[in-house]
Design a protein around this ligand. Structure first.
Ligand SMILES: [Zn+2]
Length: 201
């Protein structure tokens, strides 16, 4: 919780403070491209490797340019799909076809996880293939599930981050209350009380 409003940096550049807040892997993946600034966290192989490491899924080697471009292409299809879904309209069939054909759900290995006491799925072909598989699997699970209305975008125009609303009443509005929610609170307060005023949190 922000206690000192003077410390709230409202510049669009500072957004978002929270990189992995979507609650679903496929939505966090979409959020690697800023819809507000065009900033791309998968712009080149080293950037993709850094993103994967921050996600907690470090790659065992530097991805190639082609692999990185393939991830951006997958993300492009997912953005088209979730963009439509979050607006409550049908996603383009071409994007659904591209997702199905993306190869993300290709060969898998099943192995027994002794610690967990259950089977685990592992994509053949290393950490990036595994990550790609999990992103596609998560997107397919979301799209074929019954909670599509909970796929939302932050209404802050400097943000537009996707997130999966797990709140009980399904009325979560902001990507993060401590970020865009606070900015909105400050802005509405200043609309009422003048530009220099600060709310007491
Ligand atoms: Zn936001």
């Amino acid at each position: 919780m922000v206690t000192d409003v003077t410390s709230v940096d409202t510049s669009p550049r500072a957004l978002p403070r929270f990189e992995f807040l979507a609650g679903r892997l496929s939505l966090d993946f979409c959020n690697s491209l800023s819809q507000a600034t065009g900033g791309d966290r998968l712009a080149e192989p080293a950037a993709l490797a850094g993103w994967a490491a921050r996600l907690g899924r470090p790659l065992e080697r530097m991805p190639t340019e082609a692999e990185t471009a393939g991830m951006r292409s997958l993300r492009g299809h997912l953005l088209q799909i979730f963009d439509a879904v979050s607006e409550g309209v049908a996603p383009p069939q071409t994007a659904l076809n591209a997702l199905a054909a993306s190869g993300g759900l290709g060969a898998i290995e099943l192995h027994w996880d002794e610690a967990a006491g259950r089977a685990a799925v592992r994509a053949s072909g290393g950490a990036l293939a595994g990550l790609r598989h999990d992103i596609v699997a998560d997107a397919v699970a979301l799209l074929t599930g019954t909670a599509l209305a909970r796929i939302k975008r932050c209404p802050n125009h400097d943000c537009r981050w996707f997130f999966f609303d797990t709140s009980r009443n399904g009325r979560r509005r902001w990507c993060a209350m401590a970020d865009c929610g606070t900015r909105d609170k400050v802005r509405r307060f200043r609309d009422r009380h003048g530009a220099g005023a600060s709310p007491a949190f």
